[in-house]
Ligand binder design. Structure first.
Ligand SMILES: Cc1cc2nc3c(=O)[nH]c(=O)nc-3n(C[C@H](O)[C@H](O)[C@H](O)COP(=O)(O)O)c2cc1C
Length: 181
């Protein structure tokens, strides 16, 4: 891998903004990066595996126990040599599990396994984002060394404007590149 080519895990959570993560995936690939996509089961309700496997040119991982992945575990294989983990959208649920140290699905297990920087792009309704429990988890994750991009204010899928909109793909890419530099 050349100096500028990175191995990036793109973890997709179960929120409407998952469709924007397809653009993040495509742009990262166009920048020459290797993109390893992991999706939660909820994410599969919003966007299909085929979109991400076609865009990344790689198999998409969704299950902790996957006979077609490395027998040591998909989380081991995916974390190996990874330069950055991007979580987009970072749901309230994912952040809660990360903050707690849960390892009850592939994405949360991978979060614990990975030693690279982690960049979170939260997305949720303004009510969810404003909840003390969510803010507690965000603060805990910052203390744990996670990086955040957004959320921004704007139009939300609950048909209201407010804070909680996932950052745009170009902003996520810029934040990722800033971490490499
Ligand atoms: C239509 C719809 C949209 C949702 N959008 C969001 C969202 O933007 N952010 C969020 O945190 N949860 C959202 N949720 C709730 C999550 O899907 C739910 O908490 C789920 O358990 C998240 O799982 P995951 O974190 O494993 O992906 C949404 C649910 C539905 C039905």
């Amino acid at each position: 891998m050349s100096d500028s080519r990175r191995a990036i895990v793109l973890a997709v959570g179960g929120g409407i903004a998952a469709y924007k993560s397809a653009i993040v995936c495509s742009r990262l690939v166009q920048c020459g990066h290797e993109v390893r996509v992991v999706m939660t089961r909820s994410a599969l309700k919003f966007v299909g595996v085929s979109t991400f496997s076609a865009l990344s040119g790689r198999r998409v991982a969704t299950e902790t126990f996957d006979p077609e992945q490395n027998p040591l575990g998909a989380h081991i294989e995916l974390a190996e040599g990874c330069d950055l983990m991007i979580v987009a959208p970072a749901t309230a649920n994912l952040m809660s599990r990360f903050a707690l140290g849960s390892a009850d699905d592939l994405v949360s297990t991978l979060y614990l396994q990975i030693s690279s920087p982690v960049l979170l792009a939260p997305a949720m309704s303004e009510s969810m984002w404003g909840k003390p429990a969510v803010q507690r988890n965000v603060n805990r994750l910052r203390e744990d060394g996670c990086h955040f991009i957004g959320p921004s204010s704007g139009w939300l899928s609950c048909r209201a404007s407010g804070e909680g909109r996932m950052s745009e793909p170009n902003e996520i890419l810029e934040a990722a590149e800033a971490l490499f530099n």
